[in-house]
Design a protein around this ligand. Structure first.
Ligand code: 8GP
Length: 803
């Protein structure tokens, strides 16, 4: 109760800091609340773990090099069912919970979509009572903090642990050794079995930090285990200089911020093996406590490889089965295949990881031997199956002096999934077609989902309260119940209430924009939002070109009618991705020009919010009117901001790409604005080689006028950047068909403006979007993973299916 909470809170504060509420800083209050919550859910956590153990429940382990949970306090309070009590209790003490959550640093151990998905899954897995755990790296520095200096992106370190982390628990007793380098050869042991003998290995200590993943009001607390590197006591004498020690500690120091091409080389590869080996060792150690025979491990353990970064799970698991458990190759391979599954998150060729053979051999000699043997057997087996030998060259793991991680992941997994229908189809028919012809049954689709509790209940309180009043509260447990809102699509009172909630969120965002960027925007304007990593295929440039067109229209005809719009961007560019940084500079300079031009009369505003992250998304998304999902068809595997924005009542403008297709299917053609060429047309262009960007420049005066603004000084301070953009489109033939889609994009935008003017119509479309967003709950997605891929079942307290 509230009273109990107040008593406990004061007591904890006094024990921890020897002070009363009046004297405590927000940080001290935050830490007190965090520690109180932590002790409260720890018993559930212990209980959950005991239940899994006693029931010998099969568990899934989600291996991901990225997790992007954002802040945890509010969502933990919600899931613990403490939120209201704590808010009221704190209010009674004169404390605003929002001030405490301000103190928390975003846990940003990921770059973007893939990492955020992993965290949405962690929430949903626990909330569905499923036995599933995360396994990753505890980076000392998270994703860089973005600042703009003279319109350029500058990266600052994200020292997120500097203020401590109330959620994690260091588990020294669960630490394991991970070995690198050295030499290895095989020797027969007393039983005539070949065993590896190692020389000169580097031994490092992997120490786990566990964070409870709290299920929604179900007393389940799963675990996200993140590994940190240390020098083992036994090795201390080897690393005397500060520099030598630093080289070791660097292993888990930074998240590689480059998700467009695998770089950082040796350290990155070492990171991959480090968390994979530590994770698998700890799983196998746990498995032994069940006292079941090792060849049945697949009945108790499922390991998921989230993109290729953890693909070394396959040879590492083989290593343990062969070298430590004494299995034959055939037995080991049979269980490995049953245990492993893999998700692909992108078809962009540059993101397909490949490692030079020499590097792998040097860093991980035994693992390399195992990969070689997997490859050899794959070739041998495939030769018997296919007539066309070229397929082997295209699919084998080791080729052209490189190890192909996706090939390894596919060959060693029983399930391979894409993340939206179109993406999964493209994997089968184009990108992984050869593999599909070899293993058709392994391929499946699992359309992404989002943690709707975070993105609606927590991020959008005004809308949540309208929903409660209109359709009751069941949607909070059961997002599909949002459908009931459809009964109110012609109810003016409900439409007004929804509009009022949106208005409140827009005012909130406008205040943030004023505070952080000192730009005044009017909540009466259309808030048009594009938030995602900056990448050429996502086509922020198309958005910018449309903005420039609007600006030029106003300049040419200052007194014409123009419905006010605020274009809002949030995007980080990989530090080494020069073209993406060029686009950022161009957007920022256009913003400078447009926002300060008196002719514009505030009808057009451009806001590029710095340092886009989960917390910022929680403010932007509820305030959005328009959701920009404008990637070139075929290139965005799924997208998840599209789902979050729809859930919050934004109307989507989209190409037929990724999960936009499923969104269209959910809301109907008339409630989404589709434009642009289809994936089929894109592939037809590739095939016929007939795309000519310059012809659009020549024949379309609007395109010509817009592009000239990049190079004729209209937009100041972008001499080199403007030229670079111009050349990318005209000289290098516009890789992502921006000019091809420009006209239809402009038309779709005009339609949006017209529709927005009809308030009632707009509000109805917005309602239909909210009502149909329940299908994108990650709860549903993880249940499909659980049933089809991992074969895990929800906890039922006393079940004992294994006898
Ligand atoms: C992203 C996809 O781009 C996005 O469409 C999808 O919604 C998301 O994954 C979750 O499935 N992909 C990545 O973040 C990604 O590939 N990251 C880099 C490691 C390559």
């Amino acid at each position: 109760t509230k009273e109990q909470f107040i008593t406990q809170f004061k007591k904890r504060l006094s024990e921890k800091y020897a002070m009363g509420v009046e004297d405590a800083s927000p940080t001290e209050l935050y830490n007190t609340l965090g520690s109180l919550m932590h002790s409260a859910y720890s018993s559930d956590r212990h209980h959950t773990w005991r239940q899994y153990l006693l029931n010998k429940q099969k568990q899934a382990y989600y291996f991901s090099i990225e997790f992007l949970p954002g802040k945890l306090m509010a969502s933990n309070l919600l899931n613990m069912d403490w939120l209201e009590t704590v808010e009221e209790g704190l209010a009674e003490l004169g404390i605003d919970l929002a001030d405490l959550t301000e103190v928390e640093q975003d846990m940003a151990l990921g770059n973007g979509g893939l990492g955020r998905l992993a965290s949405c899954f962690m929430d949903s897995i626990a909330s569905c009572g499923l036995p599933g755990n995360g396994n990753g790296i505890r980076y000392e520095y998270g994703l860089f903090k973005q600042k703009f200096i003279d319109g350029h992106q500058v990266e600052l370190p994200d020292d997120w642990l500097s203020t401590g982390n109330v959620w994690e628990v260091r588990k020294d007793s669960k630490a394991v050794d991970v070995c690198f380098y050295g030499q290895v050869h095989l020797e027969e042991d007393a039983n005539g079995k070949l065993k590896p003998v190692y020389k000169n290995q580097q031994v490092l200590r992997a120490v786990p930090y566990d964070t409870g993943m709290i299920g929604y009001k179900n007393n389940i607390v799963n675990n996200m285990r993140l590994w940190s590197v240390e020098i083992p006591n036994s090795e201390e004498s080897k690393y005397r200089s500060l520099e030598e020690r630093r080289t070791i500690e660097d292993l888990t120091a930074v998240l590689y911020p480059d998700d467009s091409n695998a770089k950082g080389q040796m350290t990155r590869l070492a990171q991959e093996y480090f968390f994979v080996s530590a994770g698998i060792q700890s799983i196998v150690r746990y498995y032994h406590t069940l006292k079941e025979p090792i060849h049945r491990i697949h009945e108790y353990v499922a390991i998921h490889i989230n993109d290729t970064h953890p693909a070394l799970c396959i040879p590492e698991f083989m290593r343990i089965m062969l070298d430590e458990e004494g299995m034959s190759w055939e037995e080991a391979w049979a269980v490995t295949l049953k245990v492993m599954s893999y998700t692909n998150h992108t078809i962009m060729a540059e993101a397909m990881e490949k490692w030079p053979i020499d590097m792998l051999k040097q860093l991980l000699p035994r693992i390399y031997q195992i990969i070689e043997e997997i490859d050899r057997r794959f070739v041998e087996e495939t030769e018997l199956k296919v007539h066309d030998r070229s397929i082997i060259d295209r699919t084998r793991i080791i080729n052209h002096n490189q190890v192909h991680m996706a090939h390894l992941a596919i060959i060693g997994s029983h399930s391979i999934n894409g993340v939206a229908k179109l993406h999964s189809e493209l994997l089968k028919t184009v990108v992984l077609h050869d593999f599909y012809s070899l293993y058709p049954a392994r391929f499946n689709n699992k359309t992404n989902g989002i943690a709707e509790r975070r993105w609606l209940q927590l991020a959008n309180r005004p809308l949540s309260s309208v929903l409660d009043k209109t359709i009751g509260t069941s949607w909070r447990d059961n997002p599909e119940d949002l459908q009931q809102l459809l009964n109110y699509q012609d109810d003016q009172k409900v439409l007004n209430a929804l509009a009022a909630a949106k208005r409140q969120n827009k005012e909130n965002l406008a205040a943030l924009i004023k505070k952080t960027q000192d730009i005044t925007v009017s909540p009466d304007a259309i808030f048009d939002v594009q938030i995602k990593r900056l990448h050429a295929y996502k086509r922020q440039l198309l958005n910018l070109m449309h903005i420039i067109k609007c600006y030029q229209d106003i300049k040419n005809n200052p007194d014409s009618e123009f419905y006010p719009r605020v274009f809002i961007f949030g995007a980080k560019a990989a530090p080494s991705y020069a073209y993406a940084k060029t686009i950022i500079k161009c957007i920022n300079e256009t913003a400078n020009l447009v926002n300060n031009d008196p002719d514009v009369k505030d009808r057009l505003k451009i806001v590029f919010l710095e340092n886009y992250n989960v917390s910022l998304a929680e403010v932007i998304i509820p305030a959005a009117d328009v959701s920009e999902q404008i990637s070139l068809a075929s290139k965005e595997a799924s997208g998840t901001s599209n789902m979050k924005l729809m859930l919050n009542g934004a109307v989507t403008i989209a190409t037929l790409d990724g999960a936009n297709i499923e969104i269209r299917d959910a809301v109907g053609e008339e409630n989404i604005n589709i434009f642009g060429i289809t994936e089929q047309e894109v592939y037809d262009y590739y095939e016929s080689n007939t795309y000519s960007a310059v012809s659009y420049f020549e024949k379309d005066p609007v395109i010509r006028r817009v592009l000239e603004a990049f190079i004729d000084g209209t937009i100041p301070n972008i001499q080199s950047e403007g030229r670079e953009v111009f050349d990318s489109l005209i000289r290098y033939n516009d890789e992502f068909f921006v000019l091809r889609d420009f006209e239809s994009y402009v038309k779709a935008q005009e339609k949006i403006t017209e529709c927005y003017k009809d308030k009632r119509k707009w509000q109805k479309i917005s309602l239909i979007n909210i009502a149909n967003a329940g299908v994108f709950s990650a709860d549903e997605t993880v249940k499909r993973y659980a049933d089809d891929i991992w074969q895990i079942e929800p906890v039922t307290e006393y079940s004992s299916k294994k006898g």
